[in-house]
Design a protein around this ligand. Structure first.
Ligand code: NAP
Length: 561
């Protein structure tokens, strides 16, 4: 089945459905379900487990794919792999699950993660409440009844007390609106909607647009297979070596013995990893000391150089220059042709203010005879032609064209659904100038609607499963507390939402992040408001904030009655 791109709403594939799969006893209830959850990825699966298995509520999950896995169901491009270490790119809610599951490498690959989520769906008997191949198209809050009416492209209309959007932050794939975009007559693919059966590029000439985290993973592998690969790069990135491989059995064993310690540290950390900032400013150290710090993190591989670096590199340009320049030198060392090396060298943004990709043989791929790099900032793409692509200076032909062009992030997956709150107000209209949320979880005028990893949450700036578990557990707590006190609805006050949205911006604008054209800022989508979307306050402090709010009788929320 093929999922619709953002701009291709008419695409085929939303076929089979199971018409009436309502939970047992649904007929006697005021609503069909206590909750409708959208999406069966990391978030939706855990949400269902909490609501149904732990709290005894009825829930229906609608999932667009014909299997569970969310991001890891759709993103099957060559090299797709998490950039978080596998031992923490996992659920922690069940010690046994965590102890029993064996990851084969330092970073888990797409197939392995999808297998893990399939296993979770079976282990907690989740499948019977998941309706696959079904896309939620609308959700309207009925103010009189205090319930959500949810409709799907498969013709279902169901009601629920709670509507929980576990739609993922990076799930609305986008293809840029380049003139002639649909004129290409060869095969084309978007990395986020990769064919389930895979693609064999052997003997083919291939073009790829995009050098974000996805392109950087895919390029070295496509280069190995294709006869020729042309990479169209708009912005050069600073990529850090992943250094993937099997994990030392002794390390694995020690980790298994330290379940409590690891998760205590990870949950309370800034970014959901076992990484901590160096508690000094970069300029307080001598150049030699900085070199040692950078080199140690580079040699270890992974996010240490990004989220475990000097504490001021994100706020102080001079401090940042030291690592940005250090990274540029590493690129020059690895790329043979100085002209290609220069094109691959980022000079337009500060290290770390765009999502830093991890790489395996990325820079070396450009030393191959069959790989060509085209800088499309220098020579912009003018149009896509039936046989390839034309830039200002040249014409390129290929058999296959790959769009590694990313997503309408955070708001995109929510705005694709007609979500109507009080007074019939559309969420995407409310958010026309940028998302407005309280805690990234709720929005004023939309009672009993929860976002998992929504805009205004730390989510995408952290190791996702850690934030997802926190969000799901907090939403579950709210729902449980409401039941206990007999409350029918919860929603944030306008004031709480304004203050939170202001706080999100204030934190972001105290850093260098907003100066870079990133999807964090909505800058990858023409016409999207330039608003920094994720919460930069850190996962640990955010967790504390949520706990404090619950303790203070849900400060900032209105509960009815
Ligand atoms: P992305 O970071 O948005 O990168 C998209 C790429 O396409 C960029 O290089 C962008 O250039 C380019 N592009 C977009 N429109 C273009 C146009 N009209 N002409 C030329 N180039 C164009 O998307 P992504 O690489 O799919 O990654 C998105 C996010 O997903 C990541 O930041 C990360 O959070 C997540 N992700 C995670 C992993 C992992 O954990 N391993 C892997 C992949 C993705 P500009 O930079 O100039 O806009």
């Amino acid at each position: 089945m093929r999922r619709a791109l953002d701009h291709d709403q008419e695409e085929e594939g939303m076929s089979s459905t199971q018409q009436d799969q309502r939970g047992a006893g649904a007929e006697e209830r005021a609503t069909d379900f206590d909750a409708v959850v959208v999406g069966a990825g990391f978030s939706g699966l855990y949400m269902l487990h909490r609501l149904r298995n732990e709290m005894g509520l009825t829930a229906r999950v609608f999932e667009e794919g014909d299997g569970v896995g969310g991001t890891w169901y759709w993103n099957r491009y060559p090299g797709a792999r998490s950039d978080s270490d596998s031992y923490i790119y996992s659920y922690s809610f069940d010690k046994e699950l965590w102890q029993e599951w064996e990851w084969s490498e330092r970073y888990p690959g797409q197939e392995e993660i999808r297998g893990y989520l399939e296993h979770v769906a079976d282990r907690y008997d989740l499948r019977r409440d998941i309706q696959l191949s079904t896309r939620v198209i609308g959700a309207t809050f009925d103010e009189e009844k205090g319930v959500w009416e949810v409709s799907t492209d498969a013709g279902d209309t169901v009601t629920a007390r709670f509507f929980i959007a576990a739609v993922g932050a990076l799930s609305a794939a986008t293809r840029p609106d380049i003139p002639g975009r649909d004129a290409f007559e060869g095969e084309w693919y978007h990395t986020g909607l990769w064919p389930q059966e895979g693609v064999d590029f052997t003997g083919k000439t291939v073009g790829i647009i995009g050098t974000g985290a996805t392109g950087i993973q895919a390029i070295p592998l496509i280069a190995e297979q294709a006869e020729h690969l042309t990479v169209f790069q708009r912005t050069a990135n600073y990529a850090i070596p992943a250094r993937n491989g099997p994990v030392d059995p002794e390390v694995k064993k020690a980790r298994k013995e330290d379940y409590e310690g690891i998760w205590e540290r990870v949950r309370n950390s800034f970014a959901g990893h076992e990484l901590w900032f160096i508690e000094r400013g970069a300029l307080e150290d001598s150049p030699e000391q900085r070199e040692r710090e950078y080199r140690a993190r580079w040699d270890r591989g992974g996010f240490g150089l990004w989220v475990g670096n000097y504490q001021d590199i994100f706020a102080n340009k001079e401090a940042n220059d030291t690592i940005s320049e250090w990274m540029r030198q590493r690129i020059a060392e690895r790329v043979d042709d100085p002209e290609t090396a220069e094109k691959l060298t980022p000079r337009d943004h500060a290290f770390g203010t765009k999502r830093v990709p991890l790489e395996t043989n990325y820079y070396e791929a450009f030393n191959r005879d069959n790989v060509e790099l085209v800088d499309v900032k220098e020579t912009p793409i003018e149009e896509i032609t039936p046989t390839g692509l034309r830039t200002e200076h040249a014409e390129y032909e290929f058999d296959a064209l790959v769009f590694a062009t990313g997503f309408d992030a955070m708001t995109g997956p929510l705005n694709r659904i007609d979500i109507r709150g009080r007074g019939g107000r559309l969420l995407r209209e409310k958010w026309a100038e940028g998302p407005r949320t309280y805690l990234g979880l709720t929005s004023a005028g939309f009672p009993n609607l929860f976002f998992i990893t929504g805009p205004g949450s730390p989510s995408v700036l952290t190791n996702m499963p850690v934030s997802i578990e926190q969000h799901v557990e907090f939403v579950s707590k709210i729902v449980g507390d409401m039941r206990e006190r007999g409350a029918e609805t919860i929603e944030p006050t306008q004031r709480a939402e304004d203050e939170w949205s202001g706080h999100v911006q204030e934190l972001a604008h105290a850093t260098l992040f907003p100066e870079s054209a990133t999807w964090y800022m909505g800058a990858n989508i023409p016409g999207k408001p330039r608003v920094f979307m994720p919460y930069l306050g850190g996962a640990g402090p955010y967790r504390e904030k949520c706990d404090e709010i619950a303790k203070n009788d849900y400060e900032g929320f209105v509960l009815n009655p």
